[in-house]
Design a protein around this ligand. Structure first.
Ligand code: DC
Length: 236
């Protein structure tokens, strides 16, 4: 393990911009970036492809539990440096971002056996440190001892607008109202589920970026990272 490498846990609400800041920091400091939301999305797609979620959103958990060991989730670095999510070797990056997957992902992410399997995989990815991982429970459950923990938030309206703009850019045509409904519905499920609900770890730094530019966020995050690295070098 490289002595000064740390684990950076970035948690927060959906569409709070945490992936953008996590990715940009990882690329600047040469760390590996892991998007755990993409892992829950890939398992949701896996369940949808096998018709394990019905029209009312209820899940055939027994079959999903039986089939889960056959779902292999990986990331593949692209020539431009971005990462794509693979499900059993197939690039599902575009598919997992679609609204029909977003609409079911919180339900799948609330299932304890799904969380246990993905948390174990995420912990294995962090054994060498040098990672920036974003999600909902990274600072609380996956890496409670992470050296730097950030909890990102922004108003639901701001977050829905960001996701809406992103989807329009990708050529999809949702209405703003359906995106806002999806964002608030997911907040509710994520915050109220029994198994590691979304909450700020006591030692996480809070960042409300409703009125911040990406550059301001980057500078703030880099500052927090530098402070931790400096304090570690003083100790070692
Ligand atoms: O970050 P995202 O919107 O891609 O996440 C998709 C869903 O996965 C979100 O509704 C909450 C869930 N999730 C989770 O429960 N735990 C994580 N560590 C990451 C995501």
């Amino acid at each position: 393990m490289t002595p000064n490498k740390i684990i950076i846990a970035i948690d927060g609400y959906s569409s709070s911009g945490k992936s953008t800041m996590a990715k940009r920091l990882a690329s600047k400091i040469g760390y590996r970036y892991i998007d755990t939301g993409a892992m829950y999305r890939a398992i949701t797609l896996f369940a949808l492809e096998r018709n394990l979620i019905n029209n009312q959103g209820s899940v055939d958990e027994a079959t999903l539990q039986q089939l889960l060991p056959t779902a292999k989730v990986d990331f593949q670095v692209q020539p431009d440096g971005s990462q794509h999510t693979l499900l059993n070797g197939i690039d599902v990056e575009a598919e997992i971002r679609k609204l029909y997957v977003s609409n079911q992902v919180s339900t799948i992410a609330a299932i304890p056996f799904v969380r246990h399997a993905l948390v174990a995989l995420q912990q294995a990815m962090g054994t060498e440190k040098g990672i920036v991982m974003d999600g909902r429970d990274i600072g609380t459950t996956v890496f409670p001892n992470a050296e730097l923990k950030i909890f990102v938030t922004a108003s639901a309206q701001t977050r829905a607008q960001r996701r809406f703009n992103e989807m329009i850019e990708k050529g999809q045509n949702p209405t703003f109202e359906e995106i806002l409904a999806n964002v608030t519905h997911r907040d509710h499920i994520d915050e109220t589920r029994a198994e590691s609900p979304l909450r700020r770890a006591d030692d996480a730094l809070l960042l409300d970026n409703s009125h911040m530019t990406i550059e301001e966020q980057d500078a703030w995050l880099m500052d927090q990272y530098n402070k931790i690295i400096e304090s570690k070098s003083m100790i070692s």
